[in-house]
Write a protein that binds this ligand. Sequence first.
Ligand code: NI
Length: 396
Amino acid sequence: MLSKIKSLAETLAPRLIEIRRHLHAHPELSGQEHQTAAYVAGVLSSCGLRVREAVGKVGVVGELGGGSDPRLLAIRTDMDALPIQERTTLDYASRQSGVMHACGHDVHTTVGLGTAMVLAQLGEPLPGRVRFLFQPAEELAQGANWMVQDGVMDEVSAILSLHVYPSILAGKVGIRYGALTAAADDLEIVIIGESGHGARPHEAVDAIWIAAQVITTLQQAISRTQNPLRPVVLSIGKIEGGRAPNVIADRVTLLGTVRSLHPETREQLPDWIQQIVTGICQSYGASFEVNYRRGVPSVQNDLALTQILESAVAEAWGSDCIQMLLEPSLGAEDFSVYLDHAPGSMFRLGVGHLDKPNYPLHHPQFNVDESAILTGVVTMATAAYKYWQQQSSAHH
Ligand code: NI
């Protein structure tokens, strides 16, 4: 089966590169992936998949197979681009001013389509069912929620996904057990003091000074009260407050992001922040509001499914092509939203060039080595097959 998957994917490779270049030239922003979705639906239908459109607002779902194995495997890719002006010199650079596939979601979509094409053309019925999820709006961390609300995880027993990674060379695949990305939550703290003359601070409650205490104490408290082996990053990215140089500010708003890797740590963060802010504000007579808004959870790769991915890479490409990822990322990824409904694993697809500079994700000159598309498709299709094999043997 592996050699059949590989030869089919090799035959399809030139077509897949065409598809990727088309997507790259026509990027669309999060939630507006209308042309991309129509294109994806067209390719899936032409391969004989059962296709549903406008799932999760602009998403597309394609389904294939129906063998005796009751388990349903989902394969998720994302389709949105970023508000970045492309600065590459590629023939197929973005034709949409100010919009660019700078996070490689064009490659993800292509790998999803390629995997569907390969599995559809194998010439024999699949052991089980596979559902391809093409989601919108990953960059806003909303698309996965939209898809789940529309029921795409109903009956799903496992889910796989990928993200490109420019610091891994094309031809290699990054595998990680356990935490892959961080939980990303939003924090808003409003400090309400009392205005007064800048010359007479004792008659006022200075919200700016208290805000400074809050920021400093939060940073220090991370290092003194949080387990250093369970990282927490809290960054205040925006401060607003004050009226004039000689007027004591009565109101300051702090906006920030809170990143963590361990679900139990994350659980405690809202109360922990609330306590610190309460302590400081009460000492100095200010009132306050703390709004902690949960964003996406951390991606926790499932052990058994990560083993399947690892062995798929080893069998398809040799164990030299596996790059074990020693550290998680504190970036966020809304794949985690699906993992509340079924176990899953996401791999990092190397797209780095051997002989050219590799710009990071979200950079205006970001560019991939397209040979990685074949690596991604064969890895995903092989992993799908291995999933049904291992599951069914485990159940006999
Ligand atoms: Ni991305």
